[in-house]
Design a protein around this ligand. Structure first.
Ligand code: GRG
Length: 291
């Protein structure tokens, strides 16, 4: 049931992005950009935006603009993450990674173009929203992605390879690398709905926690998953000497940590009653997922 819902949401975002790109002028980079963003991917961040939007009764149309922008940033980060100078992965989403298919320089430029496309989408005139709210969205998406967010987290992730790090350091790195974009996903609907700073702060924290939970589950999948199901090579973290909670605590303790985090998130969501049911279901799916 939930899996069907997630697939359906992914389809909606994919068709939004497709029709957005069709209206743009053509370029040589369009093909690798589409390859990076449209062929595969769960689009779970979009489902989080949509289910958070349900708590605040927001229209799907507005949420699609935000979802498309977030998926552009996410796909850009994956394209660059797979590059030889970073994680050097040849496979992603069950196919060749973008640089393996199109070459390194094209993958860098396609990634850069998805990054800028994200901000083009939010600032689009057809996204009917008060300009101050748009500026707030742009500012928050930029800070979630840059040196205080995903990029900063990625730098730490690479620097921590083959080094013994404390749980606190790893959690801080993962909160940035993965948590910050999830934070934006649960914050953006409240910016659109014009909610108070206090409510925004609470939902931001919840999103960051969901992102951390998602990253830990990603680390589990690297050990327990199959190449066929997750669409990329497995057991890479150990080979690369990646610092993860699993590498320093062991599977059992890391699972306990993740399980407690899930309970904490669900307890907070309970306060929103039935309106948060879908978001709670997604949170409960994260640790159980096999893809
Ligand atoms: C500044 C945004 C930005 C990027 C440049 C390369 C880089 C810096 C960051 C990489 C960050 C990264 C790879 C984080 C991992 C997040 C993660 C758990 C990815 C897997 O996400 P899924 O499972 O992937 O949602 P699909 O394929 O389903 O979309």
């Amino acid at each position: 049931m939930l899996k069907k819902k997630l697939k359906n949401n992914a389809k909606k975002v994919d068709s939004f992005i497709k029709s957005y790109l069709i209206k743009q002028k053509k370029s040589q980079l369009l093909k690798p950009m589409k390859y990076g963003i449209l062929s595969g991917g769960k689009k779970i961040r979009s489902s989080i935006i949509m289910s958070t939007g349900k708590i605040y009764k927001l229209s799907l149309k507005k949420l699609l603009f935000i979802s498309a922008a977030v998926e552009c940033i996410h796909s850009y980060s994956l394209i660059h993450d797979d590059l030889p100078c970073m994680d050097n992965d040849k496979f992603r989403r069950g196919k060749l990674s973008t640089h393996a298919k199109f070459g390194e320089s094209t993958a860098v430029l396609a990634g850069n173009s998805l990054l800028t496309l994200a901000f083009e989408i939010i600032s689009d005139k057809k996204f009917f929203l008060d300009n101050n709210k748009k500026i707030d969205l742009i500012k928050n998406l930029a800070s979630s992605s840059g040196h205080t967010g995903v990029a900063g987290g990625q730098e730490l992730d690479l620097k921590y390879e083959k080094k013994r790090k404390s749980p606190k350091q790893i959690i801080n790195m993962q909160r940035k690398k993965t948590g910050k974009l999830f934070e934006f996903c649960t914050l953006a609907p409240l910016i659109i709905a014009g909610k108070s700073n206090k409510e925004k702060k609470n939902m931001s924290k919840l999103g960051e926690d969901i992102g951390l939970l998602f990253q830990i589950s990603d680390d589990f999948l690297d050990i327990t998953g199959t190449k066929k199901k997750i669409g990329k090579l497995i057991k890479k973290d150990k080979k690369k000497g990646k610092s993860t909670l699993i590498s320093i605590m062991g599977l059992k303790k890391a699972y306990k940590y993740a399980n407690n985090l899930e309970i904490k998130i669900l307890r907070k969501l309970k306060k929103h009653g039935n309106k948060a049911k879908e978001l709670s279901n997604i949170v409960q799916y994260i640790l159980k997922r096999q893809t």
